[in-house]
Design a protein around this ligand. Structure first.
Ligand SMILES: NC(=O)C1=CN([C@@H]2O[C@H](COP(=O)(O)OP(=O)(O)OC[C@H]3O[C@@H](n4cnc5c(N)ncnc54)[C@H](O)[C@@H]3O)[C@@H](O)[C@H]2O)C=CC1
Ligand SMILES: O=C(O)C(=O)Cc1ccc(O)cc1
Length: 365
């Protein structure tokens, strides 16, 4: 008998999970979204086979229910779903960036003969909506599961089997540990990225040139500030405790940096950067984290028309695929810099060799 997956929230993540499931399973994928437009789009892009007008209709016949809405909505949906008829033995999971409050609220599903297992695929993008969904989005990323104590191991295996098309690496954490770690590596950096943008916006009031100068590296380190404000508002509201602690320790850290600068402590400033560099250089690069790693190659290029097509045609000749190409605009002298992104380290290495052979200077940061 054909099995049914029901996805609530057909955006970037709900859509990408649907595509990954379809790759590995012969299933009927149904969906619901509060936005009629997203629902229609998901149908027309064949991300789902069937659209429902209510959650009640969808949950009734689903073997797997995936909640892919902003986290405060997901928390509320638990209670709503617990009032509906559910298929005995069904598995319910979510994809939210926070886990503590969602897992707590999910305890109301226990009496319904279904199993809830919290989930968080640790990859994504600053883009939103089903149009941005990709079947490969989670490849090589960590996919955290937060089963409550006493959860049937068979249900965990079943869920991993449902999600095997993501090609992600599953790890189990408690919801508390998840929120603490995700707070430090993802949620707090997001706050910092937004605050850096606010700082530049303020300076722009005094000197509009700042935006032009911010076009290169600054844009890169603040990319995540372009993500959905709704989603991030909800994450901050849910992970209040971890974030307040991180904010306190960051403020102390900044006070320390302030003192070093005030006192012109050259050696200590050097070692502040040295220790950070060593730690960062030692971070694993192969796996995708919540902040994805890209295989970037920088190429010095003379500033004349035709140079981009020359570089891309060298890569095409050797069948090396690019995932992104960008001209970094910070330099106004003769040489410009092209940033090429590849899907793998191997592609990047081959590109570097071929471009060197064609006399291009390249480097990896
Ligand atoms: N964007 C990212 O990179 C990642 C996001 N997440 C988590 O995934 C979840 C979804 O995020 P995205 O897909 O990026 O957002 P999105 O904005 O692309 O999609 C969310 C969808 O949920 C729908 N929705 C909102 N309230 C609803 C409701 N009450 N009932 C039904 N549908 C509703 C929206 O209309 C939208 O289509 C969030 O909980 C987020 O924390 C997890 C990993 C990565
Ligand atoms: O775009 C990026 O770099 C991200 O960090 C995406 C992201 C956003 C939220 C998550 O919970 C996990 C990953």
């Amino acid at each position: 008998m054909e099995r049914t997956v029901f996805i609530v929230g057909l955006g970037l993540i709900g859509g990408s999970i649907a595509l990954a499931i379809r790759k590995e399973h012969n299933v009927n994928i149904c969906g619901f979204d509060i936005s009629e437009e997203q629902l229609k789009m998901a149908l027309s892009l064949k991300v789902i086979d069937e659209a429902f007008q209510t959650i009640e209709e969808g949950v009734k016949k689903a073997d797997l229910i995936i909640l892919a809405t902003p986290v405060t909505k997901t928390e509320r949906l638990m209670r709503e779903i617990s009032t509906y008829e559910l298929k005995p033995g069904a598995i319910i999971t979510d994809v939210g960036s926070t886990k503590k409050r969602i897992v707590k609220e999910a305890s109301c599903l226990k009496e319904k003969g279904v199993t809830f297992i919290g989930g968080h695929p640790m990859a994504g993008s600053h883009k939103s909506g089903v149009e941005a969904a990709r079947e490969h989005l989670f490849e090589n990323a960590f996919y955290i599961l937060t089963p409550a104590e006493g959860t049937d191991v068979r249900a965990i295996i079943q869920l991993q089997n449902w999600l095997k098309g993501t090609r992600a690496t599953f790890i189990e954490l408690t919801a508390e540990q998840h929120d603490r770690l995700a707070g430090a590596i993802s949620h707090f950096p997001h706050v910092i990225a937004a605050s850096l943008v606010h700082q530049i916006a303020k300076i722009e009031g005094e000197d509009p040139l700042v935006s032009r100068l911010a076009a290169g590296g600054f844009r890169d380190i603040t990319r995540i500030a372009s993500a959905s404000p709704t989603m991030w508002r909800d994450i901050l509201l849910h992970n209040k405790e971890s974030l307040l602690q991180l904010l306190k320790s960051w403020t102390n850290e900044m006070e320390h940096v302030k003192t070093l600068i005030e006192e012109e402590s050259a050696d200590e400033i050097f070692s502040y950067f040295q220790v950070a560099k060593e730690f960062r250089d030692g971070l694993p690069v192969r796996e995708k984290g919540a902040i994805p790693s890209f295989y970037d190659l920088f190429v010095d290029v003379p500033d004349h028309p035709g140079v981009i097509s020359d570089v891309t045609s060298i890569l095409a000749q050797h069948q090396i695929s690019l995932t992104n190409i960008r001209i970094l605009e910070t330099r106004e002298d003769i040489m410009g810099v092209l940033r090429l992104s590849f899907r793998s380290e191997e592609d990047r290495e081959r590109a570097q060799i071929k471009l060197h052979q064609e006399m291009y200077d390249t480097y990896i940061l």
